[in-house]
Design a protein. Structure first.
Lengths: 70, 287
């Protein structure tokens, strides 16, 4: 896992870069094993320029439903 | 320019670190009370002077001309470097939100026209007060100066593996490759965080290293350029990024250039059962 952002379905500010955060999982697979499900697979594509390092690809969108006290 | 900057030139190891990571921190020895005076002056400014920083804040010349700063800039941009027009005083007041990841724009140049294998332009950031975790430190992504990305591809990126924060003592000067990914983070403290930013450019190519170079260090430099990759790279990016690191050294080093390819990193122990299949793969996955 290269990066992550958690968007919670509540009235709140969008996630932002913060000091001291740790990756919640090492891989997408480990997140799936913990109950997350894939709702969007990344578009697979090759590098646009073989002489350059480009954008971060392979962006998965995962979802997890949890019960909360209303 | 001071005549005594020679003793402040960077060494091979520091240049190698800059090539790999894209930043270097200078701690110039400033007179007691200097940083406080700069902060007082900033607080008394009725508005942001825009790029007219030196006119509005003449004392900042002490930082710009400090031998430690001149020595680092000379090492990274050559002895004929210049300060570019522009610059900005960043004021990060309490209770702000983080900026998104970005590379600074350059007038007349698209996002694809980046210096991915050279150091032609730098950004200098001077922090006149201590910057703690909660004061909105600048965040950098080491090695990202080689990663070309359109701004719209960064908008969904938030916390990234390897990101580092400029929590620094007052008076610190952060020099970054112009194209490094960075952002100001949210200030959660009750204090204002100031940062003064200036761009600098190389004006001529080096015919020999402009830093404190010793040819005996080349093997160690080579080993680091071959094996250190601070950003997380996909398998097909690994060799490209490695090539860009070596090409950057060559473009800076003039007569001290080295062969582009080296197979030295392919040697090493045989793979272990249950691990990566080759030694090079293990180094790739576990820098």
């Amino acid at each position: 896992m290269v990066g992550f952002a958690i968007h919670e379905p509540v009235d709140s500010d969008p996630p932002q870069i913060e000091v001291g955060v740790e990756m919640p999982y090492e891989t997408v697979h480990s997140a799936i094993l913990d109950g997350w499900r894939v709702v969007s697979f990344p578009a697979q594509r090759g590098g646009e320029d073989p002489e350059a390092v480009g954008v971060y690809g392979y962006e998965f969108i995962l979802e997890q439903m949890v019960e909360i006290d209303a | 320019m001071h005549n005594n900057y020679h003793s402040h030139l960077l060494n091979d190891d520091q240049i190698t670190s800059f090539i790999i990571n894209g930043y270097h921190i200078v701690h110039p020895e400033l007179q007691t009370g200097f940083n406080e005076k700069i902060c007082d002056s900033l607080r008394s400014m009725p508005e942001n002077p825009g790029e007219h920083i030196v006119e509005a804040l003449p004392a900042i010349s002490v930082v710009l001309e400090h031998p430690a700063v001149v020595g680092a800039l000379t090492s990274l941009l050559g002895s004929k470097y210049v300060r570019d027009p522009g610059g900005h005083i960043h004021m990060n007041p309490p209770r702000t939100r983080a900026q998104p990841w970005h590379q600074d724009e350059r007038f007349g140049r698209g996002h694809q026209d980046r210096d991915i294998d050279h150091v032609k332009q730098l950004m200098m950031m001077y922090y006149p007060q201590d910057v703690t975790d909660d004061m909105g430190p600048t965040v950098l992504l080491p090695g990202s100066q080689r990663r070309i990305a359109a701004p719209e591809t960064m908008v969904t990126l938030v916390n990234l593996r390897g990101q580092v924060f400029s929590t620094l003592e007052a008076g610190s000067v952060l020099l970054t490759h112009y194209d490094i990914w960075h952002a100001g983070t949210g200030n959660r403290s009750d204090r204002v965080r100031y940062m003064i930013k200036f761009p600098f450019s190389r004006t001529e190519e080096n015919v020999e290293p402009s830093w404190d170079h010793d040819t005996e260090n080349i093997p160690e430099v080579r080993m680091r350029l071959d094996s250190e990759h601070p950003s997380t790279l996909s398998r097909n990016e690994y060799e490209t990024d490695h090539g860009l690191r070596v090409r950057t050294w060559n473009n800076m080093a003039g007569s001290a250039a080295m062969p582009l390819r080296s197979e030295a990193h392919l040697g090493g122990p045989w793979p272990e059962s249950g691990g990566a299949t080759t030694a090079s793969r293990r180094r790739r996955d576990n820098p």
